[in-house]
Write a protein that binds this ligand. Structure first.
Ligand code: NAG
Ligand code: NAG
Length: 255
């Protein structure tokens, strides 16, 4: 319903002189008209106090490689949006920025990480940490719940494109921006634009770093990685890792 309604409301907004209050309040979901911008790698991005605080949080709690990865993921998403008229009209750029920047808080390997749980999927750790971050920020605390939920969903589902691509466009775009860091340019983003991002935030060392992070997750909380894209690292590199799902197992406690 939301998907069908939004373009209609946007159209009304453009064609009618009556006030249609979909953009009227800065804390409601939808595009962010007249938002402050800054330029990174020749790309104009939204620049609000909350986005800056999210960038700082990512910088503090991600290592160098993960930080560059989240920055690239944000910029690839912004480029993807810029190539698509519908997305330009509908995506909430602040929701997109916060979700992209904070999507890997669950990779914080510090033993005193305030975000990493012993048992939840790292995506869920990141989603919960980001929701707490938004609610405790003076501007984020005024966000309507729908925007908080979009950030939560976008982060929780960022490794599940087969779900995320069928949710709200905000959730879909966060996933596609992140995915482009693994699969190269796509969705209208040109090789030239893509390479400009890589020059600003080089990928050197990211592969080994990612390999190490995946193994760390399989060692420290294996059950959170079974049946996910991370499982192959556990199967290959972690002794005692037992992910086999069997039909007998599924039916073991079946009523
Ligand atoms: C724009 O994005 C929407 C949502 O992902 C998609 O359905 C549509 O096909 C895209 N348009 C173009 C021209 O790529
Ligand atoms: C991943 O790390 C393990 C353990 O350090 C190493 O043996 C393996 O070669 C690495 N794999 C890749 C694909 O880099």
């Amino acid at each position: 319903m939301h998907l069908n309604l939004l373009p209609l409301l946007v159209m009304l907004h453009i064609t009618s002189s009556a006030h249609v209050h979909i953009h009227a309040h800065a804390n409601t979901a939808g595009p962010r008209p007249n938002h402050p911008v800054k330029t990174i790698a020749s790309i104009k991005v939204i620049d609000t106090p909350l986005v800056r605080a999210a960038q700082d949080l990512a910088h503090t709690h991600n290592d160098e490689h993960a930080y560059k990865h989240v920055m690239r993921s944000w910029l690839f998403g912004v480029l993807l949006i810029s190539h698509n008229e519908t997305l330009r009209r509908t995506i909430d750029l602040e929701v997109h920025a916060v979700a992209a920047l904070l999507h890997d808080l669950g990779w914080d390997k510090s033993p005193t990480s305030p975000f990493v749980s012993p048992d939840r999927r790292f995506e869920v750790d990141g989603a919960i940490a980001s929701r707490n971050f938004i609610r405790s920020h003076p501007h984020g605390s005024r966000w309507e719940e729908r925007r908080v939920q979009l950030v939560w969903d976008a982060i929780a589902l960022h490794t599940e494109p087969r779900i995320a691509w069928f949710k709200e466009p905000d959730v879909e775009v966060v996933q596609k921006g992140i995915g482009m860091d693994f699969s190269g340019p796509g969705f209208g983003v040109t090789r030239q634009e893509y390479d400009a991002v890589l020059r600003e935030f080089p990928t050197r060392g990211f592969r080994d770093n990612l390999n190490g992070t995946m193994i760390w997750l399989c060692q420290t909380k294996p059950q959170s990685t079974y049946e996910t894209f991370i499982q192959p690292w556990g199967d290959r590199y972690v002794a005692g890792y037992e992910a086999q799902q069997t039909i007998d197992g599924i039916f073991r406690n079946f009523p």
